[in-house]
Design a protein around this ligand. Structure first.
Ligand SMILES: C[S@@+](CC[C@H](N)C(=O)[O-])C[C@H]1O[C@@H](n2cnc3c(N)ncnc32)[C@H](O)[C@@H]1O
Length: 283
């Protein structure tokens, strides 16, 4: 192990792998899903979103969704509903939140129960359901492409939920640069630059994530890495055509100063953290 690097507790070696492009038939939502970590996630995200939500993810989602006024909007894998107030403030006619975690939906209901424009439903995004009824003008799914075990299934349901011509925006960890446990920062002393090291990429991986390390409990959720082409094909095969993408960079900058700061700042500006994709339902 390189000097100065602490050995971190490692839950389990990355386990699950299946051939690229293949859906995972009949797979259920990851293990116990997000219910065991719902209280922690609700507190982390709060009313206004985490740091990344506020500075990067939510502004990009609103930018890509475009005109929301008078629209019926689906928030798929909505969690505790961080996007909902922004949709309402932008004049959405109605918002339906769908999430597999009953506890997160309960938090969302507590927050929005007095608003007749909001409806919250517990459902698996990958399984056809009443909510995927072709009635939506717009849909969004934030930080949840890598949370579902069956992305083609989720995309088919997005297409089924939208009206023809309806638009969908997904924002998620950039699959080329952000793979938990498989991508890291490194420092090249000779060239005085910070580089991004990618240990694995071109395979499907199911990576257990310890959601709040150090705080006890040891609950995990699953992160499903897929190579970029597989993600894009899942949209395309569902009749969702890409109309725009943005690669989103962290707003955070190292405050440490010193000889590395120029290299670190450049890396933060040039290696994206999230990928945002806007698609339209063709027919
Ligand atoms: C990282 S959280 C993002 C939540 C919310 N969109 C946000 O930005 O705060 C991932 C969410 O996906 C939900 N999720 C995971 N698998 C799901 C599935 N198969 N169907 C519906 N929701 C699912 C989880 O319950 C969790 O709320």
């Amino acid at each position: 192990m390189p000097e100065g690097r602490k050995k971190r507790p490692y839950q389990k070696k990355t386990g699950y792998r299946r051939p690229a492009g293949r859906p995972a038939p009949g797979r259920q939502p990851a293990r116990k899903g997000w219910d065991p970590v719902a209280a922690w996630y609700d507190q982390l995200v709060g009313k206004h979103g985490s740091d990344y939500h506020q500075h990067v993810v939510l502004p990009a989602a609103m930018r890509l969704l475009g005109d929301i006024h008078g629209k019926r909007v689906l928030d798929l894998c909505c969690g505790q509903g961080v996007l909902v107030p922004l949709l309402l403030d932008s004049g959405a006619a109605s918002v339906v939140g769908v999430d597999a975690s009953p506890r997160l939906i309960e938090s969302a209901k507590t927050r929005f129960q007095s608003d007749p424009r909001v409806e919250m439903t517990v459902a698996d995004a990958c399984v056809p359901g009443d909510w995927a009824d072709g009635s939506f003008d717009l849909a969004a799914s934030l930080m949840a492409v890598h949370d579902v075990p069956d992305l083609p299934g989720k995309c088919r349901n997005v297409a089924a939920a939208l009206k023809p011509g309806g638009r969908f925006v997904a924002i998620f960890m950039h699959p080329c640069f952000r793979i938990p446990r498989q991508t890291h920062w490194g420092w090249d002393e000779g060239r005085k630059l910070q580089y991004r090291r990618i240990d694995r990429y071109g395979v499907d991986l199911e990576i257990p994530i310890q959601t709040h390390p150090g705080k006890g409990g040891g609950e995990t959720t699953a992160f499903y890495h897929r190579p970029l082409a597989e993600v894009l094909n899942a949209f395309g095969e569902s009749g969702l055509a890409i109309t725009g993408t943005e690669e989103l960079y962290s707003h955070r900058r190292s405050q440490a100063g010193g000889s590395r700061s120029k290299g670190e700042h450049r890396a933060a500006r040039e290696f994206p953290m999230f990928l945002a994709i806007a698609v339209v339902r063709l027919h």
